[in-house]
Design a protein around this ligand. Structure first.
Ligand SMILES: [Zn+2]
Length: 482
């Protein structure tokens, strides 16, 4: 009995001694070398929900099979009954609106419906579903959790349609949470794809005082050609772009042979005769009744429009109605100014000791539905903008044997990308064959990411001979030099 009591006493004493370690944070930021990481994800097209977080939550994209089937039947029926393609295409526009209608924004560029997305305002240790990611941003989150701890990893998810200056508030909240929860004074930001533009808005609005380093991964920090083309009406499908895209989808020799054979007999040219006919006759109506109502007032897309296309985009989408749309255009003006000022801002950051890296990929075609879809890309966005305006040969081509770069060191060994014209060539990595937003868990690429987040010496692209400025990615995101 006595023994049991003394055992209990000792046990209680042990618990009370151990308690402070559980109750208060034993983490000492001064001794900790792990800078908290904020991962700002890219556009999650299917990640928006109506009445998000409530019992009536449903995906914002309506993929109800019954609705789609009845929509398709209406297209066919109205084509046959009215014996007219015009009424069939009216139904096409209706179907697009039925599927994507919840994406629509109000006249000021805020969400028209109660649409939003799950958020992760606290560190990753609060979210079970962030621990087991494999690819893309989720893979990066898992890598950072393992490398720096789940209390040092934050994941910013957001409604990708919104004004980046609104999303900037969420990024700021994550940064401030990281600072107050870990005791570290600064954070690292990893921004992916659309997250590039969102992070620029954060840096413009809140400054870079909290930022130790910022990695622009496959990012939109210089906008995106696809947005420029979409909002200036340059929807186009060419036979070559269509063939390149379809050919790239195939990783099977027999299928590739078949696609090449079909191309030789003119299938893609034939298909584009049909799409040309459709675009010629119905593009205007589709824009007016579907594309502009659904996508025309998303501030984030307007921030991606290239400066030289901005006036044309306003003219195309709003025509003479700039007066009625003044409030919205004030927002887009502000975004265009942010994009214009970013070079000075980032240079200032570099001069004040913030480590910057730009990572861009090439050697994959982009979606073959716009005029400039011959641009080289990573399957989603164009290398030209992701690299900060490197000179890039069209997809499938090189810059040629007679091409003379301003600085020969900045020409990729395969003569496809010349970083001489890029905004930050000394801090830019170019990777052939890596898909959009790489960094899958457990790959060479994820090790590269950790290195970018931890390297403490004087930083420039190629500072580590294991990761030269120009790299080639294998199919499993392996990395090597040329
Ligand atoms: Zn720490």
């Amino acid at each position: 009995m006595k023994k049991a009591v003394s055992f209990l006493l000792v046990f209680t004493l042990m618990l009370s001694l151990a308690a402070p370690a559980f109750a208060t944070d034993s983490h000492n930021a001064d001794l900790c070398e792990n800078t908290p990481v904020i991962i700002v994800r890219g556009m999650d097209f299917g990640g928006l929900y109506v009445d998000c977080g409530t019992e009536s939550e449903q995906p914002a994209i309506n993929t109800d099979a019954g609705m789609i089937v009845s929509g398709v039947l209406k297209i066919i029926a109205s084509g046959i009954i009215n014996f007219s393609l015009d009424s069939a295409f009216d139904e096409v526009a209706n179907l697009v609106c039925d599927i994507f209608g919840f994406f629509a924004m109000d006249e000021n560029g805020d969400s028209l419906h109660n649409v939003s997305t799950p958020k992760y305002p606290e560190s990753a240790d609060n979210y079970e579903n962030l621990r087991n990611g494999e690819g893309f941003e989720y893979g990066m989150v898992r890598t950072c959790i393992e490398a720096f701890g789940d209390g040092h990893t934050y994941y910013v998810n957001y409604d990708w349609r919104l004004d980046p200056f609104v999303v900037a508030d969420d990024i700021n909240a994550a940064v401030e949470a990281a600072v107050s929860e870990t005791g570290h004074q600064k954070v690292s930001i990893v921004c992916c794809s659309m997250g590039g533009q969102m992070t620029l808005a954060y840096l413009s609005k809140y400054g870079y005082g909290r930022v130790e380093r910022c990695l622009f991964m496959s990012s939109t920090f210089c906008g995106a050609q696809v947005a420029s083309d979409l909002l200036t009406g340059k929807v186009d499908i060419t036979a070559d772009n269509l063939y390149n895209f379809v050919r790239n989808l195939s990783n099977n020799d027999v299928l590739s042979f078949l696609i090449d054979a079909l191309n030789k007999v003119g299938i893609f040219k034939g298909l584009t005769k049909i799409t040309d006919f459709i675009l010629e006759n119905y593009k205007e109506d589709l824009y007016e009744n579907a594309i502009i109502p659904v996508f025309g007032r998303m501030p984030a897309l307007w921030g991606l429009v290239q400066a030289e296309d901005y006036e044309a985009a306003i003219d195309f989408v709003f025509g003479g109605r700039t007066q009625e749309n003044a409030a919205f255009l004030e927002r887009t003006d502000r975004l265009q100014k942010m994009m214009k000022d970013k070079t000075d801002l980032i240079n200032e950051m570099i001069n004040n000791g913030v480590k910057i890296a730009v990572v861009a990929h090439y050697d994959a075609p982009v979606a073959p539905v716009y005029k400039n879809a011959h641009f080289n890309g990573d399957g989603t966005l164009e290398t030209y903008q992701m690299s900060g305006y490197a000179t890039v040969a069209p997809y499938g081509e090189t810059l040629g044997d007679s091409y003379v770069p301003e600085n020969p060191e900045y020409l990729s060994p395969d003569r496809v990308v010349d970083l001489s014209t890029a905004l930050f060539p000394e801090y830019t990595y170019i990777i052939k064959g890596a898909p959009h937003v790489s960094g899958s868990y457990g790959t060479d690429y994820s090790e590269f990411l950790v290195w970018l987040l931890t390297y403490d010496g004087e930083f420039y692209a190629g500072a580590n001979e294991k990761y030269p400025q120009f790299m080639v990615s294998g199919s499993e995101q392996t990395l090597s030099g040329f």
